[in-house]
Design a protein around this ligand. Sequence first.
Ligand SMILES: Nc1ncnc2c1ncn2[C@@H]1O[C@H](COP(=O)(O)OP(=O)(O)OP(=O)(O)O)[C@@H](O)[C@H]1O
Ligand SMILES: [Mg+2]
Length: 234
Amino acid sequence: MEKGNKIYEGKAKILYDTDNADLIIQEFKDDATAFDATKKGTIKGKGVINNEISCAIFQLLESKGIPTHFVKKLSNRDMLVKRLKIVMVEVTIRNIAAGGLSKLLGIEEGIILKTPVLEYHYKDDLLHDPLINDYHIEILKLATPQEMKKIKDYSFSVNQIMKDFFDKANLKLVDFKLEFGTHKGKMLLGDEISPDTCRLWDKITNEKLDKDRFRRDLGRIEEAYQEVLKRIKT
Ligand SMILES: Nc1ncnc2c1ncn2[C@@H]1O[C@H](COP(=O)(O)OP(=O)(O)OP(=O)(O)O)[C@@H](O)[C@H]1O
Ligand SMILES: [Mg+2]
């Protein structure tokens, strides 16, 4: 499958057309951004690692009955996916307090949440991806209530599957972000699942092995991404 025209260049990936109108290629870059893209940098080798981790997780989720956009891994940095009409809502699921939740509600980082917490953020850079709820989604016509029900159910299932998966790799799944979209009328999980979009802590030491190392200048960033890949492969 050959790359056609560039469709979109985002902060972490580039999307390309292919000769099949239903399929596109996601190319994973080493570029990293944080805090609304006010902090920019590169994490050497990140694109290759995130592509590999994302491919592995999408395959796992598919095997457990979650429909995703994943078709196949084309090369080190390239993933072939079904073209989605993206729902402009980011879904976050949190198992342990960190990041935005700690800031919003003053819950100390590391507190285990009694029940997983689901959040929606409106994908709108100019508005800085604000926190929204089902009512906002309805008035903005971002998705129908039926579509949101499906998205919510899939997201909690993904949480259970990924928690078990990372647990076997001696990692705690603190929180993660998902994006969904429709393809031929069907709701599919899209985008990527990687240390850019998940918080992952060592099960014993709570060492951060995700993009927080970049956000907070904790050093050994490349090593952390490599470590996650190594652990899920063994
Ligand atoms: N299968 C798909 N079909 C179409 N678009 C997709 C698909 N999967 C992911 N996307 C979109 O492609 C882009 C991926 O690029 P990247 O993650 O670099 O974007 P970003 O900088 O985070 O920007 P954005 O704010 O648009 O998400 C995102 O906008 C995402 O919503
Ligand atoms: Mg993105």
